[in-house]
Design a protein around this ligand. Structure first.
Ligand code: PLP
Length: 359
């Protein structure tokens, strides 16, 4: 029985990439050294990081006036780094309160003395629909923080909010590369790698170059301008994670790029949502227009039955379906590397469970 990993992150990786890593691990490109042993100052690694950046630029059509930075510290560190680097005029940002990770971003911005205005909240509908600004956005804000995909609540912005001239800073951690976005719609995009890109330990920052270099006396490891000047090699970068992410980027290109991935992701998600919508046992509470392609939470309404669903799924090699503790129930994460066959196996299992349950 094939194993399918529905974890929200660290998450499923493309099998051909795992196999390539396995084959290349003892000796990278005939060097006699593993990629894990290679100096980040070597010509071999230079090629790896240059290729990764070039392939990412190609896939996302990143314009020349945006810098691509390779950070560590996860998405969470960017909750601190973004206000320190970009909120330099008024130390005042707006934020759309779309769920848990947006609240975490607000808390971390406040810790570095940034005023955070909540422009709209989904709290009134338990985050089952996305918030938009309640009124025209104050043009004196340094930026507006937006979580494009809400990993726990299972929502995705398909229509971006109108913020006028105020740049949007997007936490794309959980739908990075899952669909095309127009990079120019954002002042900055960031994403932890461990969902759609590669191993944990790498975080991508894509930032418009006129927005950086204004902060004074930042700690070096948080300084976007310094990272841009040093080509992300101010200190030792996460060599292995960048290498693995580079292989995933090449895999994405070989699949046909982000338009192809988006179509596949739509098909996979539709398979599961269509099943849930006709089911009388399982329910996804999210407003259809705001549903995520990447993370699909669902419940039976009875925690004891949910626990049976999850245990039975594990017996069928359908792994990591337990919902986040904040929402309970189940959650299936359907990142790029999840094949449609995995979603079909899940739907078949859920349909069988429902049929037996109703007997
Ligand atoms: N932002 C979003 C949307 C996430 O889903 C997560 C983690 O799941 C984070 C931020 C935090 O990421 P990290 O654990 O890489 O700091």
């Amino acid at each position: 029985m094939t194993t399918y990993n529905f974890s929200a992150g660290p998450a499923v990786m493309p099998q051909p990439v795992i196999q390539q890593i396995q084959a290349e691990l003892p000796s990278f490109q005939g060097s006699g050294m593993s990629i894990m042993e290679l100096s980040h100052r070597s010509a071999l690694f230079d090629q790896v990081i240059n290729d990764a950046e070039a392939d990412l630029r190609d896939l996302m059509q990143i314009p020349d006036n945006y810098r691509v930075l390779f950070f560590q510290g996860g998405g969470t560190l960017q909750f601190t780094a973004a206000p320190l680097n970009l909120a330099t005029n008024h130390h005042h940002i707006g934020l759309l309160d779309s769920g848990h990770w947006a609240s975490r971003a607000a808390e971390e911005a406040q810790r570095v003395h940034t005023q955070v205005d909540i422009l709209g909240t989904g709290a009134t509908n338990q985050f089952t629909a996305l918030p938009y600004p309640d009124q025209p956005v104050n043009q004196a804000l340094d930026y507006v923080h937006l979580t494009t995909n809400n990993t726990i609540e299972g929502t995705t912005y398909t229509k971006l909010p109108d913020t006028g001239n105020v740049p949007l800073v997007a936490d794309m951690s959980s739908n990075f590369l899952g669909q095309p976005y127009n990079v120019q719609d954002f002042g900055m995009i960031f994403a932890g790698a461990q969902k759609n890109l590669g191993p944990a330990g790498l975080t991508i920052v894509i930032v418009r170059d006129d927005l950086i270099g204004h902060a004074k006396d930042l700690p070096s490891m948080l300084d976007y301008q310094l990272f841009a000047d040093k080509r992300s090699m101010f200190n030792t970068p996460p060599v292995f994670a960048i290498y693995a992410a580079g292989l995933v980027l090449k895999w994405l290109k070989a699949q046909g790029g982000l338009t192809v991935m988006a179509k596949r992701n739509h098909d996979k998600a539709a398979l599961l949502y269509d099943f849930l919508d006709q089911s009388t046992l399982f329910n996804n509470p999210v407003k259809p227009a705001d549903r995520s392609l990447m993370n699909v939470p669902f419940v039976t309404g009875n925690p004891a039955i949910d626990a049976r669903v999850i245990a039975g799924a594990t017996d069928h090699n359908l792994l990591n379906l337990k919902g986040h503790r904040l929402v309970g129930g189940m959650r299936a994460s359907l990142y790029n590397a999840m094949p449609k066959a995995g979603v079909q196996a899940l739907v078949d299992y859920l349909a069988d469970f429902e049929a037996i349950y109703k007997k």
